[in-house]
Structures are given as structure tokens and as C-alpha cells.
Design a binder for this molecule. Structure first.
Ligand SMILES: [Fe+2]
Length: 155
């Protein structure tokens, strides 16, 4: 089948974007303490970005004759981002660190997708994934900077 590997990685990306959105929502709800007012509302923008990317990737997947996952069961079976119950005990920085880890998983997914779409010759999807990857890297820089870290690569 044409674009078979592309379709597979696109569903991986949909799963991880969906899970990342849930993780961000959890911390948006459960956070307490210093910087709440700033970070709580900042995370609205983060969720908007994740939801927009999820829709864009799923719709592109349909355009190349694929079928996007669309149930929580499928998301949980596929996602590489840990699913943890919400708790009130984490510090603000621990929450940002977990969000950063989710974004680093998305960065890795997009990098794999960029490689696979190049191999399979799907130039339009390749171009789209590069743009989305750039936005993810920008968000990694911003969240890492808030934590006093450099964005870092390969860790
Ligand atoms: Fe909210």
C-alpha cells in the first residue's frame, strides 16, 4: 500500500498529540501555587496548539487515504506519553517538566515522520510535518527556558 509507513506514524502522532493534550489539561486543572495565574492561562495556548495540530495531522491522514484513530482506547494503546492519575502534590516545575517530556516525545515522533515521508515520497505531508515540528521545537524552547534549562537535544 502506498504511504503505509506514513499512515502508521501519522496515527502515532495523533495518539501522542491527544495524550499530550490530556496531560496539559490535567496540569492546567491540578496546579497550585506560585505562578498559577500566569501558567494556568498560558496552558490554554498550549492546548490550542495541540488540538490544532491533532486536527491537521488527522485530516492529512484522511487525504492520503488513511483512517485516523478516534477513540481513547486506541490513543492509550498507541501513545508513548505516560498516563498518570492527577494529583495535587506536584510542584509547578515538576508539572512543566512533565509537559516538556510530552513535547519531546512529539518532537521525536515528528522527526520520525519527516524521515518516513521523505522515504515514501509524500512531499506534502513531509512539508506539513516539518512546519509542525518547528512549532513543537519553539514550544520546547519556551517551556525549557521557564525551567531555567536549555532546550537540549538527544537526551
Ligand atoms: Fe481552562
Amino acid at each position: 500500500m502506498r504511504y503505509e509507513k506514513t499512515q502508521k506514524i501519522m496515527n502515532q502522532i495523533v495518539a501522542d498529540l491527544t495524550q499530550a493534550h490530556m496531560v496539559v489539561h490535567q496540569h492546567h486543572w491540578y496546579m497550585l501555587g506560585h505562578r498559577f495565574i500566569k501558567i494556568h492561562f498560558y496552558l490554554d495556548h498550549v492546548m490550542e496548539e495541540l488540538a490544532d495540530q491533532q486536527d491537521e495531522v488527522a485530516e492529512r491522514l484522511i487525504e492520503i487515504n488513511g483512517s485516523p484513530i478516534s477513540t481513547y482506547e486506541e490513543v492509550l494503546a498507541l501513545t508513548k506519553i505516560p498516563d498518570r492519575k492527577g494529583n495535587w502534590e506536584l510542584s509547578m516545575d515538576e508539572r512543566l517538566e512533565l509537559i516538556l517530556q510530552a513535547y519531546k516525545q512529539l518532537r521525536d515522533d515528528y522527526e520520525e515522520g519527516i524521515k518516513i515521508t521523505a522515504e515514501e515520497g509524500d512531499d506534502s505531508t513531509n512539508d506539513m510535518l516539518i512546519g509542525l515540528h518547528t512549532a513543537i521545537e519553539k514550544r520546547i524552547w519556551i517551556i525549557a527556558a521557564e525551567l531555567g534549562e536549555r532546550p537540549g537535544r538527544g537526551e
